[in-house]
Design a protein around this ligand. Structure first.
Ligand code: PMP
Length: 394
């Protein structure tokens, strides 16, 4: 059976070779005779696997020794809450007299908006400062703001952004000279170690991370480029692994134990039972990725894939059939979003694609249109098939 091409935004396609390997692992994990969903997370085979997976991330992203790599659960949404708690605790220890610090959010799409709303829920709206907003006249998210449009607070407890907006198809450029790059030059210079937090859920491992060492925390749910849902990956700078109970004693909100970064780190990501199966499959994906050439390999591949799709859309725009939703320069490599113009044309586009075994092209229910997700597991050949379809669609 030929498997359909799954352009879904997450959970999303995984390499077929990994799925086959994982099927064997479900019956027998690394020769133990026990399946991966059955083996103790404290067995020496599994703890070694966790260490190896950590190293696979460290090596491929060139993560410096100042940062720990942690595994947890709760997804991106769990981190929307966790970042608030952990960074309030850190801020309280650093600035015991600054009782009500501000939290800075850059809002460039639905996910960073949601994260800022969770912060509002937890600390109150008056303390959440929107430091940048991609919407023009408060409308939809179609771009990354220009560098001059940001206003960061001088002593925020955290500075938050989402590198790739999965729903809106808006992504920061990784070329530092591009107008849509993250405005590192605009960040306050008062603190040596800035509390810079980035949601990399839908672009993690798809290309190198610019200025990784300058981040306090990078987090990503696994279910796009890495593996099944259920695993959340954290890259945390060591000064953010603070004693959350000492902070609570000074008046910071107590941090739920499963969310406390210091607790997760002290237990080497095994404070409680991790998402064993998701971690296993993610480890296999990361091993395969290393063998292919790591994020440098994926950067080249993903650039070519995105270029081909956007080029086909550009021609379709000239034919008045397609309209990309995002402005030039801010377009995502991972989630390409566009409208199909004309009465009933969108439904026809999706039905025609289904007939060719290309699935999950419908845009997110909140924004409509078409969304093509081009995560690492989507091959260039599969992309070419979609591009051929886009080019002949009338
Ligand atoms: N951030 C981004 C960029 C996402 O794409 C998603 C999910 N699609 C989330 C956060 C939320 O993740 P989860 O569903 O794992 O909570």
């Amino acid at each position: 059976m030929t498997r359909p091409i799954n352009f879904g935004a997450g959970p999303s396609a995984l390499p077929e070779s990994v799925l086959k390997e994982a099927a064997n692992g479900l019956l027998d994990f690394e020769g133990t005779g026990i399946g991966i969903a059955e083996i103790s997370h404290r067995s020496k085979q599994f703890t070694a696997f966790v260490k190896k997976t950590e190293t696979l991330i460290r090596t491929q992203l060139n993560v410096p020794s100042t940062h720990e790599i942690l595994f947890t659960q709760g997804g991106g949404t769990g981190q929307f809450s966790a970042v608030v708690y952990n960074f309030l605790a850190r801020h309280r220890l650093l600035h015991p007299d600054d009782g009500e610090p501000v939290l800075d959010y850059v809002v460039t799409g639905s996910w960073s908006k949601k994260a800022s709303e969770e912060a509002r829920r937890l600390v109150g709206g008056s303390r959440v400062h929107i430091a940048g907003d991609g919407r023009r006249e408060g409308k939809t998210f179609t771009r990354i703001p220009g560098h001059s449009e940001y206003s960061f607070s001088p002593n925020a407890a955290l500075i938050y952004y989402c590198e790739n907006e999965t729903v809106d198809g808006v992504q920061f450029s990784h070329d530092p000279s591009a107008p849509a790059s993250f405005p590192f030059d605009r960040l306050p210079t008062t603190a040596a170690l800035l509390p810079l937090v980035a949601d990399y859920s839908s672009s993690f491992m798809s290309r190198p991370i610019p200025r990784l060492a300058d981040h306090a925390l990078i987090f990503a749910g696994a279910q796009k480029n890495i593996g099944p849902a259920g695993l959340t990956i954290l890259i945390v700078r060591q000064d953010c692994l603070v004693d959350v109970d000492a902070a609570a004693a000074l008046g910071a909100p107590p941090v739920p134990i499963s969310m406390a970064y210091n607790v997760i780190a002290d237990a080497a990501s095994l404070y409680n039972t991790p998402s064993v199966l998701a971690l296993y499959i993610s480890g296999l994906v990361l091993d395969r990725s290393l063998n292919l050439g790591g994020v440098q390999y994926y950067e080249q591949l993903n650039r070519r894939k995105a270029d081909k799709v956007y080029a086909a859309l550009r021609d379709g725009e000239a034919r008045a059939i397609f309209r990309p939703k995002v402005e030039h320069g801010s377009r995502s490599w991972m989630n390409v979003v566009f409208d199909v113009l004309g009465d009933g044309a969108e439904a026809r586009f999706i039905a025609g694609a289904e007939q060719l075994n290309m699935k999950a092209l419908k845009g997110h229910r909140s924004v409509g249109g078409i969304r093509v997700s081009l995560y690492n597991a989507i091959t260039e050949e599969q992309t070419d098939r979609l591009v051929a379809y886009i080019r002949q669609f009338t």
